[in-house]
Design a protein around this ligand. Structure first.
Ligand SMILES: *Cc1c(COP(=O)(O)O)cnc(C)c1O
Length: 462
């Protein structure tokens, strides 16, 4: 069989590809990269290039220099720690894309101690018998929430999944159409429900749901009533929703459990600081049988799904085989334990999320002035300080704006190009854009962030 012209051309280009060893040496030359990563990157790149050539792609680079540069970028990525520390100058305190709550020093110390050695994670030191990893955290959660029982799983999505799957298996979960939310792109209430053994029963409309909508839907198949917090949006105008208290009376009347997915909450009231609906226990007081919320939102701890409420319900959930699959690890328990003890001891001021949310406008203005003068001293032109309200909520606290101050900078070129360059370097910097200006919000910057931030921004001016 004779090769046609095109196949011959492909073969010629395949033969042009450099050998693995030669390409690896080219990647290593003066790059500071390690052989393991260079070799892995080169093999992967050559495989992909060969496949693209065979598939008939015309514009695939096959030269040594181009391939070496592409492989070096891949090798660098392989060697780069992940997740990488970034400087958050956006002012958004709880940003899912940025890892939500930074942990307190004390939580980090306990996490490190738990991680570095063996521990009594599932051992009762008094009796020498096997213990449960969540007993102690449950005691703290009960103390803080006033609930009969508590449990912790991987995150709130897991908590909700476990709740509906356990408590409404083969039955219906009644939810308002106004609360079928999507959070962070991957958490969608209808999809969680579809993946569980429970069935979703939607009631009401997007903007209005009444108590009678819930009442009319209740029947022999009903497993539980669910109320989901609209964490990242608001519905305004001609609206109606049923508060927990009203639902609680209905649930009791029919002997049904009422579950509140509130998403975010803490054990202190941040109302005076302008942060509404912060108290995680308010749902229990209003009559919910279970309340679910995240450890890494307002609570200021590690990622976790906290479950507080009625003992009989929590015990059923703990006994589900899913509970084992959704369990938290020792690092989470260590960091969460510290965070809960800090709240119990009245040391909320040590929790970074709360420090940032409670930072006073005057303190933020002083920090913004300090940052601005350091930027000017580093040769950065067109820097001013702006005082006003800024959005600190992101997806976790909708439309929450708190008084603060920002450093405003007009870059030489486009603002989009400037934020791209800031994101690209080391450490990466994330700033807000306002028309042709960049805004740097000191609220979410730690003291040790300021020096590298000034250095990165000064690079822009060069
Ligand atoms: C954030 C949020 C979730 C998801 O929480 P994870 O801990 O990220 O799984 C679920 N429900 C509500 C209402 C939320 O705000």
């Amino acid at each position: 069989m004779t090769l046609d012209h095109a196949a011959r051309a492909v073969n010629a280009r395949l033969r042009e590809l450099p050998a693995v060893d030669r390409l690896v040496e080219a990647v290593l030359a003066g790059s500071g990269l390690a052989r393991w990563s260079a070799l892995a990157a080169v093999r992967e790149l050559l495989d992909e290039t060969r496949a693209a050539l065979v598939a008939g792609a015309a514009d695939v680079p096959v030269g040594l220099a181009e391939l070496a540069a592409a492989a070096a970028a891949r090798a660098r990525r392989l060697e780069m720690p992940f997740p990488r520390r970034v400087l958050n100058a956006t002012g958004v305190v709880l940003h899912t894309n940025l890892g939500r709550a930074p942990l307190a020093r004390g939580a980090l110390d306990e996490l490190l101690a738990a991680a570095a050695g063996y521990s009594d994670l599932e051992l009762d030191l008094e009796t020498g018998r096997r213990g449960s990893r969540t007993t102690r955290i449950g005691e703290l959660l009960r103390l803080l929430s006033g609930a009969e029982a508590a449990h912790v799983v991987n995150n709130t999505a897991a908590a909700l999944f476990l709740a509906v799957d356990t408590l409404a298996a083969g039955r219906e979960v009644i939810v308002s159409r106004g609360e079928l939310v999507e959070i962070g792109g991957s958490f969608r209430v209808p999809e969680i429900m579809a993946a569980s053994r429970a069935r979703l029963r939607e009631v009401g409309t997007t903007n209005r749901t009444h108590l009678r909508d819930y009442r009319d839907a209740i029947g022999p198949d009903t497993g539980l009533l669910l109320k989901v917090h609209r964490s990242n949006f608001r519905i305004e105008g001609f609206t109606a929703e049923v508060e927990l208290g009203g639902l609680a009376a209905l649930a009791r009347e029919h002997g049904l459990p009422l579950v509140e997915d509130r998403g975010s909450g803490s054990f202190i009231d941040l109302g005076p600081e302008g942060i509404p609906e912060s108290d995680a226990s308010s749902g229990l007081r209003a009559g919910a049988d279970l309340v679910l919320f995240s450890g890494d939102k307002l609570l200021g701890g590690p990622q976790a799904g906290i479950i507080v409420g009625k003992r009989a319900l929590v015990e059923r959930m703990k006994k589900s085989p899913l509970a084992r699959a959704l369990r938290v690890d020792k690092l989470t328990l260590a960091a969460l334990g510290w965070t809960l003890r800090a709240l119990a001891a009245g040391r909320a001021s040590e929790i970074p999320v709360l420090q940032m949310l409670r930072a006073s406008a005057s303190a933020l203005e002083a920090r913004a002035e300090m940052l601005a003068s350091r930027l000017r001293a580093a040769g950065v032109p067109r820097v001013t300080v702006e005082v006003g309200h800024s959005p600190v909520g992101g997806g976790a606290l909708p439309e929450l704006e708190l008084p603060g101050a920002v450093v405003r900078l007009i870059p030489a070129g486009s603002a989009n190009e400037a934020v791209r360059r800031l994101r690209d370097g080391d450490p990466p910097v994330l700033a807000r854009i306002q028309r042709d200006a960049l805004l740097f919000d000191p609220r979410t910057l730690a003291d040790e962030d300021l020096e590298p931030l000034v250095r990165r921004v000064a690079e822009l001016a060069r």
